[in-house]
Design a protein around this ligand. Structure first.
Ligand code: DC
Length: 225
């Protein structure tokens, strides 16, 4: 398959870029963070402490995780329930980052997303896609931006969606805490693949990033032929 991997810290705009590039370039967008968010959301809804590995692992054993597309949008089912509408909150993101340190959680997610990438041409974003999940991807991008700009983008996104959120300083602090946890964990820490392409989008508009990414996808496709 022709697969594109996008990694980078939270709030860098990976998902907006990946969604736009997917529709322009005929790829299926896979949001791997949505699976971590969904697991975290369901666990905390059922009263599981997201800092308690043994309780998480016990619940995980009989948890069914599935991904499907409806009108080109990805949906996540946990034990048959579509939780997609509940996972784009700052709280779900923080919860996802906590449980993502566990190998059992990562294995569960990787099984689902690798299966998707083996049957569709995907553009998949996350933290370890180019390094661990799809090391043979045709193109590996690392999209980042300063934490100030990322906090502002996250705030704008949460406001536009009418989701609950803290002030800019709180969001920035949470983003930095999450960056630290995602980059310093033992398993699959966030880092750029050795053969990755770095895109620092701090001073870029969304359409400029999308344009660059589409150009890189074109080049990677040409290289394959
Ligand atoms: O991309 P996101 O903000 O939806 O991801 C939420 C959290 O999930 C992120 O802080 C860390 C974790 N995650 C991960 O560990 N590996 C991935 N491939 C994707 C997300």
């Amino acid at each position: 398959m022709f697969n594109v991997a996008i990694d980078g810290p939270g709030g860098a705009g990976k998902s907006s870029v990946a969604k736009a590039a997917a529709s322009l370039m005929g790829l299926s967008y896979v949001d791997s963070g949505a699976l971590y968010r969904s697991i975290g959301y369901v666990l905390s809804k059922t009263g599981v402490d997201l800092n308690a590995p043994s309780a998480i692992e016990e619940k995980l054993q009989d948890m069914e995780l599935e991904l499907f597309y409806q009108d080109h949008a990805q949906h996540v089912l946990v034990n048959g329930e579509d939780v997609t509408a509940y996972i784009r909150t700052q709280e779900a993101g923080n919860g996802a980052s906590k449980i993502a340190v566990l190998e059992s959680v990562r294995n569960k997610v990787n099984e689902v997303i690798r299966k998707t990438a083996s049957s569709l041409d995907v553009i998949m974003d996350g933290r370890d896609i180019g390094t661990v999940v799809l090391p043979d991807a045709s193109l590996k991008l690392f999209i980042t931006a300063s934490s100030e700009v990322r906090a502002l983008r996250r705030l704008t996104e949460l406001e536009a969606a009418g989701k609950p959120h803290g002030d800019l300083e709180t969001i920035k602090r949470e983003i930095e805490e999450r960056d630290y946890r995602d980059s310093h964990r033992e398993i699959a820490p966030l880092k750029m693949a050795e053969d990755g392409v770095l895109l620092d989008t701090t001073d870029m508009k969304l359409y400029e990033v999308v344009y660059q990414v589409c150009r890189l996808i074109d080049e990677a496709r040409e290289k394959r032929t």
